[in-house]
Design a protein around this ligand. Structure first.
Ligand code: AHM
Ligand code: MG
Length: 334
């Protein structure tokens, strides 16, 4: 059977489903091209002198790695001239990035975490790029932060690229989730994982256990039951994984099921969670729901949260439906 490239897949989706407008198709192709360039830099590592700290901080007050900055620049440069976008927003930039006036403006807003899991770069463990696409409210000549503050339900596309043993792009535009593997010789993404589905039940969970004493009661109860295994009420033994790259955890869950959690932490009561709603929570929740899984903040579906600021944080419970429903029910019962 002939191989289906990302370009062919998108063109066929545009033709058959009619809901993939040409501008959005072009935008996804451009993001994919940028991810290829990021993959190249990530793979070269020390050979290209790209490892280590950049010597700067981002809006979250976190030290930036050189590759955080490189990946952010690659995404901005690749996307600013294509004509599909009205503006971009990045985890690494305080304010939205307007399309320069000498380029045509389009109708979409692109949000991204250019290099998620960047604490893993220097130790050669998987990292990734996460992106989300919204429509810009009509009539806005100069898009502002307020235009981005739409719930995740309004996303028209989302995806991630994981830079692991293979570089893979995983994508949804509301018609299932499809995975493409980068063929380095051909320089193109090839459909290798059509219609990815998350099994409803699982025996695998992912959480940073070192934070246990800071969790709220429902999370203590739930993880306590997971750890109790066959001796507890769940009646089965669970296995644990923690990569500290959300992209890698979500990818594992899409391939073989599991539940990923980053709950609220009592150390900083002002923060609802560590991860970011617009760059991590929403795109991953869209992908997970499209693959038959669930994603909540413990109390409601992540996709239904109305954001109040661009860099808002969120608690995250996502993956196999049965487990996400259980931990969400424990929050409701609290
Ligand atoms: P980043 O966007 O600054 O890389 O942080 C997000 C990452 C996630 O990929 C991962 O799940 C989490 O932070 C790991 O956090 P911790 O180091 O607390 O385990
Ligand atoms: Mg991140």
């Amino acid at each position: 059977m002939s191989r289906i490239s990302l370009s062919r897949f998108l063109i066929e989706a545009q033709r058959t489903e009619g809901n993939l407008p040409p501008e959005l198709r072009l935008l996804i192709e451009t993001v994919a091209r940028a991810c290829k360039a990021i993959s190249h830099s990530v793979n070269k590592g020390a050979l290209a002198g790209v490892l280590g700290e950049a010597g700067s901080g981002n809006v979250q007050g976190e030290a930036q790695k050189k590759l955080d900055v490189i990946a952010n620049d690659i995404l901005l440069e690749a996307n600013e001239w294509g004509g599909s976008l009205a503006a971009m927003a990045s985890e690494e930039m305080e304010l939205p990035y307007s399309i320069p006036e000498n380029y045509p403006r389009g109708r979409y807003l692109l949000l991204f975490d250019p290099l998620d899991g960047s604490s893993n770069i220097d130790v050669n463990i998987s990292v990734g790029t996460i992106f989300s696409v919204l429509e810009c409210p009509p009539g806005d000549v100069a898009p502002s932060e307020a235009d981005f503050l739409q719930s995740g339900r309004r996303q028209v596309a989302a995806g991630y690229t994981v830079y692991g043993p293979q570089t893979m792009l995983v994508l949804t535009f509301g018609h299932g989730v499809h995975g493409f593997t980068l063929d380095r010789e051909q320089g193109s993404f090839v459909l290798t994982h059509p219609d990815m589905r998350i099994p409803a039940s699982t025996k695998e969970f992912a959480i940073n256990m070192s934070n246990q004493r800071h969790w709220e009661a429902p999370v203590q109860r739930y993880v306590g039951e997971l750890l109790a295994g066959t001796t507890g009420p769940l009646g089965k033994d669970y296995n644990m994984r923690w990569v500290a790259s959300m992209v890698a955890e979500v990818h594992r869950i899409l391939v073989r099921g599991g539940v990923f959690m980053y709950p609220k932490d009592a150390r900083d009561p002002s923060k609802p969670g560590k991860l970011r709603l617009m760059y991590e929570g929403n795109p991953m929740a869209f992908i997970v729901e499209q693959a038959g899984g669930a994603a909540t903040n413990g109390r409601m579906p992540i996709l239904d949260i109305q954001p109040s600021k661009l860099h808002e944080r969120v608690a995250i419970f996502l993956g196999s439906r049965e487990e996400v429903e259980r931990v969400t029910a424990y929050h409701a019962a609290d």
